[in-house]
Design a protein around this ligand. Structure first.
Ligand SMILES: O=C(O)CCC(=O)C(=O)O
Ligand SMILES: [Fe+2]
Length: 413
């Protein structure tokens, strides 16, 4: 190895950047050349590939940088700017891609604090006017996406949401769901055992003309996204009927759904043809929401036993699926009291609702612009004592054009 290379590579920052560059960036060249330049160049790149560092090499190089930081108490931000213990060499500053690679290395090592430092350094260095020069591994949205996940992991929900919003077209569904930590869920589920009422109550006598003579008792829980709780909105006799219907479906209720990683509860759909009462409840959901039931799913009846729960999820479909049909709102009726546990929680809204027979919670899954509202992520806490029965109506957006038109410029768009 000649002296120039020896001197160059003796700087750990430079050698790390070189290894990362050779391991990751060639894939972008390969992609680029397969599209625009001849196969010959591509073959050459592949030939070169065997000489270049492997993913393992990059991992080891990242580990070395972290070791230096630990042993010599170095400051990652100084390293990012090319300073090594006050000794600074021209050209040693790390690029946005280098910092990103170190961020991801730490993320996968579960070193979340370190990951956040490197990703913030990467974001600072990222030049959005130069997008084309970056590798296939990184863009501004991906940096925001991971910073969002990391903020949510340490329960900085508003910062997390800010990053996730910056990641815009990045597919957030699943991200939030996966990364709402057990600690957050535990906190909300446990709080439900002694949470007082929210007490912003009023009578709803306006969503449909019928409510002028029979207003509904409404408790406002959140404005954006819109979440309300209706009290005494389904009679005991109606509940009785639905539960009896569910026994007709006993085999399904026993077998369907069953225990999966997502939900340990049993579920059946109650079709419209089952009887007048199904229609009555649909009309009630229209009274509660002002929305049309056209195209909505059949009522879904769910039973959770001890430990029955539902992991964090959105009822809306993912943005990636690029669907025009989506679940604009959800109405969830509580058909039983639960002695202990079994609350429905919206961790990003700091909202936890304990089941109370006869009440129903209604929320909007989509923003006014029609895109999914990330903060509607919700979960069902495990039942501790008792048996929880709920009935869900998922309402779709297709037929709401006059009732709730899209408003691209509204506050929550
Ligand atoms: O059972 C609950 O509390 C929540 C149910 C739910 O989220 C759903 O069915 O989509
Ligand atoms: Fe849900």
């Amino acid at each position: 190895m000649n002296l120039y290379f020896k001197t160059y590579l003796s700087n750990p920052l430079k050698s790390f950047a070189l290894i990362r560059h050779q391991q990751q960036d060639w894939q972008k060249w390969a992609l680029f050349m397969s599209e625009t330049i001849g196969k010959e160049h591509l073959a050459y790149a592949h030939e070169m590939r065997s000489e270049l560092p492997t993913a393992f090499d990059l991992q080891e190089a990242s580990r070395s940088i972290e070791l230096l930081i630990t042993y010599y108490e170095l400051n990652p931000n100084e390293l990012a700017s090319g300073k090594l213990l006050g000794y600074s060499q021209p050209g040693a500053a790390l690029s946005a891609m280098d910092c990103y690679a170190l961020g991801m290395f730490n993320y996968f090592q579960k070193e979340y604090t370190k990951a956040e430092i490197w990703l913030n350094a990467s974001l600072l260095k990222y030049d959005s006017s130069q997008e084309a020069k970056y590798s296939i591994f990184i863009n501004e949205k991906s940096i925001h996406k991971w910073l969002g996940i990391l903020s949510i992991k340490r329960r900085e929900n508003s910062l997390g949401m800010w990053h996730i919003n910056q990641a815009k077209t990045e597919h957030y569904d699943g991200i939030l769901e996966e990364h709402i930590t057990m600690a957050t869920l535990k906190e909300h589920c446990a709080a439900s055992l002694q949470r007082p009422s929210h007490l912003h109550c009023r009578y709803n006598n306006w969503t449909t003309p019928f409510l002028r003579i029979a207003p509904l008792k409404m408790e406002e829980l959140s404005i954006d996204p819109f979440v309300v709780l209706y009290h005494n909105v389904i009679y005991d006799s109606e509940i009785e009927w639905f539960l009896t219907q569910s026994f007709d479906y006993t085999p399904a209720l026993l077998d369907y759904g069953g225990f999966s990683a997502h939900r340990s509860g049993k579920n059946v759909f109650i079709e419209l043809e089952k009887g007048e009462l199904v229609k009555t409840i649909e009309m009630r959901v229209t009274d509660m929401s002002g929305l049309s039931m056209e195209g909505s799913d059949d009522l879904s009846l769910i039973n959770y036993g001890i430990g029955g729960h539902y992991i964090p999820h959105h009822d809306s479909f993912s943005e990636e699926e690029n669907k025009t049909e989506d679940r604009i709102a959800t109405a969830l009726f509580y058909l039983s009291d639960v002695e202990l546990g079994g609350a429905t929680t919206f961790p990003l809204l700091n909202l936890t609702i304990s089941p109370e027979k006869g009440t129903a919670v209604l929320w909007h899954n989509l923003k006014d612009s029609g895109t999914p509202h990330p903060k509607t992520v919700h979960a069902a806490c495990p039942v501790i004592v008792g048996s929880k029965y709920v009935m869900t109506k998922w309402i779709y957006n297709m037929d709401q054009i006059f009732r709730r038109p899209c408003q691209a410029n509204s506050l929550n768009s």
